[in-house]
Design a binder for this molecule. Structure first.
Ligand code: 5GP
Ligand code: ZN
Length: 113
């Protein structure tokens, strides 16, 4: 997708270290970390929004979620982690290519969540 920062990262036009990669998604570090460890899991297929996914696309999300739990120790997340998806303006989504925030490396500041 033209003018999409995550598509540019996926295409290698913007260099980034990949902490994990398979045929469906990559894991990189967030450029502006909001926790001691802040990764982004980015599907290789450009979904603008979570709400854009259809039933078969949801396999991608299931695969990403279960793989994150398998690779968490390698990412330094043995103590636990929080997954966040921002959907749309009210949630503060700024990059319109679906991604899952993986936050950890510390106790989270929002225990009410
Ligand atoms: P959103 O607010 O859409 O849920 O999250 C977008 C995230 O992408 C933000 O946390 C932001 O810091 C991160 N981000 C934006 N541009 C880049 C980039 O070029 N590289 C990386 N690694 N992260 C980015
Ligand atoms: Zn994209």
């Amino acid at each position: 997708m033209k003018d999409c920062v995550f598509c540019s990262i996926l295409e290698g036009k913007i260099p980034s270290q990949r902490y994990y990669e398979d045929e469906r998604f990559i894991v990189i570090k967030d450029i502006e970390p909001k926790a001691k460890l802040h990764y982004l899991a980015i599907p290789k297929k450009h979904y603008k929004l979570l709400s854009e996914m259809n039933d078969s696309d949801r396999d991608d999300l299931g695969h990403i979620m279960s793989t994150i739990s398998q690779i968490a120790p390698k990412l330094g997340l043995d103590g636990g982690y929080r997954l966040v998806i921002n959907q749309g303006d009210d949630a503060g989504q700024t990059v319109f290519h679906l991604h899952i925030h993986i936050l950890g490396g510390q106790k989270m500041d929002f225990p009410e969540l």
